[in-house]
Ligand binder design. Structure first.
Ligand SMILES: [Cu+2]
Length: 171
C-alpha cells in the first residue's frame, strides 16, 4: 500500500507539476497597469497567454473595475479566446482598480488586481450625483401614508376576491 502511494505520488508530480507552472498569465491589458490615460476608457481589456476556460455557456471568468470609493463601474465581462473585456462607465478622473479572476485551461484560478489612472482634461469637476431628494415635509409624508394605505387596501380586496372565487369554484 505504501509503495502504491509513493508510485501514485510520483505519477502525480510527474504529470501534474509541469502543468502547475503553465496556467494563464496576464500578457497585456488596456488601460495597462499603473498607466495614466487622458481619455475616459470605454472598456477594460485583459489579454492572457492562452485561451481561458469556458464551461459550456458558463463563463467563470470575470473582470471588474472599481473607482476610488470602491463603487463598481464595469458591466458584464465578455470572454473572447485569450481576452476578456468589460465595458466601463467612467466620467471622472482618479485611480481605478481592475480586479480579475480567470480560469486557466488547466483549471487553475488566477486572480489579481492592478490600478490605472484617468486624468482627462474634460473631466467633470464633481461627478454627477443622484438628484437631491426633497426634504420630507408633513404634507409629503401624509400623501405617502394615504398612497400606502390605498395600496394595502387594494391588495387586501384583490386577495379576498381571489380567495372567494377560488372557494366558490364549481367542482
Ligand atoms: Cu496552472
Amino acid at each position: 500500500m505504501k509503495r502504491l502511494i509513493s508510485i501514485l505520488s510520483m505519477l502525480f508530480v510527474f504529470f501534474l507539476a509541469p502543468s502547475a507552472g503553465a496556467h494563464s498569465t496576464l500578457v497585456s491589458s488596456n488601460p495597462s497597469a499603473d498607466s495614466t490615460v487622458v481619455d475616459f476608457p470605454m472598456e477594460v481589456t485583459l489579454t492572457f497567454n492562452e485561451e481561458l476556460l469556458k464551461v459550456g455557456q458558463e463563463n467563470p471568468n470575470k473582470v471588474e473595475v472599481f473607482d476610488e470609493s470602491g463603487a463598481l463601474v464595469s458591466g458584464a465581462s465578455v470572454l473572447s479566446g485569450a481576452s476578456i473585456a468589460a465595458p466601463v462607465g467612467i466620467n471622472g478622473n482618479g485611480a481605478y482598480t481592475v480586479k480579475y479572476r480567470v480560469v486557466s485551461k488547466d483549471g487553475h484560478v488566477v486572480e489579481d488586481e492592478y490600478q490605472f489612472n484617468v486624468e482627462s482634461p474634460i473631466a467633470i469637476a464633481t461627478p454627477i450625483s443622484a438628484p437631491i431628494e426633497p426634504a420630507e415635509d408633513g404634507s409629503n409624508l401624509l400623501i405617502r401614508i394615504v398612497v400606502l394605505a390605498a395600496l394595502g387596501f387594494g391588495v387586501f380586496i384583490s386577495f379576498r376576491k381571489a380567495s372567494s372565487s377560488f372557494g366558490s369554484r364549481p367542482r
